[in-house]
Design a protein around this ligand. Structure first.
Ligand SMILES: [Cu+2]
Length: 265
């Protein structure tokens, strides 16, 4: 029902609900716009100077406008409490079971997205701020921790399997950033000092989306949606959604690559 809004193509299972809500809010706002605009024009004519040469100190005594305003407030409260908050709560609170989901840590910094996978053991290795090195170890992963041995870290490249719940744990190193992927209808602030989860199920692979949009260069983008500093506009990450097999191959290759690099460390 929301084609008329020109939203980006949809690529996550929960996106339809978000689009519906956005659609309803637009319809409601249109009604309000027409209603208030009409009232404004009515007031211009009804209270024109030629008809009212002397000001009426009593003013309007009818309660009709009060009832109207209460009505508007009730509809807004229903949209917020009945729809928007529950929708948001299922995204950040009702998380899927950890053993069927893929959990990824995403840490924003001025001006990049650091992606951290726990590896096959599904346990994130220890990180230590003392080990932090912007070039070689941007997350301060402690490689001497056994759980960290198979961890993978990438810069601005988020690889995800399709049709599997993804839990993103959002963090920030410096200021408030916002993790936004328009096609997934996902947008959540990353706040320094907090780890904020958000989950979704991407259901269209990058290859499928390229075919669908007839754009061989199509890429899902993580756009930082909070003005976070001078380089905000180039704070951009890329998401590659693949089939489960392709994703597994990517993980395996990446682990091999890391192991080979380790020999020279
Ligand atoms: Cu940012």
């Amino acid at each position: 029902m929301t084609e008329w809004l020109g939203m980006p193509p949809l690529a996550a299972t929960h996106g339809g609900q978000i689009d519906n809500l956005i659609g309803w809010i637009h319809i409601f706002m249109l009604i309000l716009f027409v209603g208030w605009g009409g009232f404004f024009l009515y007031a211009l004519v009804r209270f024109r100077q030629s008809r009212n040469p002397v000001a009426d100190y009593q003013g309007v005594t009818s309660h009709r406008s009060t009832y109207l305003e209460i009505g508007v407030a009730v509809v807004e409260a229903v949209l917020l409490i009945g729809f928007a908050i529950p929708l948001w709560a299922t995204r950040v609170d009702a998380l899927p079971a950890a053993d069927e989901a893929l959990t990824v840590q995403v840490t924003g910094e001025q001006f990049a997205w650091n992606i951290h996978y726990p590896g096959p053991d599904r346990v994130f290795g220890r990180t230590d701020v003392k080990l932090l090195d912007l070039q070689s170890n941007p997350l301060g992963v402690d490689r001497s921790d056994p759980a960290a041995k198979d961890d993978l870290v990438t810069l601005n490249q988020l690889y995800l399997p399709a049709n599997r719940p993804i839990i993103v744990k959002l963090r920030s190193k410096d200021v408030i950033h916002s993790f936004g992927i328009p096609e997934f209808r996902v947008k959540q602030d990353a706040v320094p000092g907090l780890t904020i989860p958000i989950w979704f199920i991407p259901n269209v692979t990058t290859a499928e989306m390229r075919a669908r949009t007839a754009n061989p260069e199509f890429q899902y983008e993580i756009a930082c949606a909070q003005l976070c500093g001078l380089g905000h506009a180039r704070m951009r990450g890329y998401v590659t959604v693949q089939s489960a097999d392709e994703f597994q191959k990517w993980i395996d290759d990446k682990i091999k690559e890391e192991a080979e690099a380790d020999i020279f460390r």
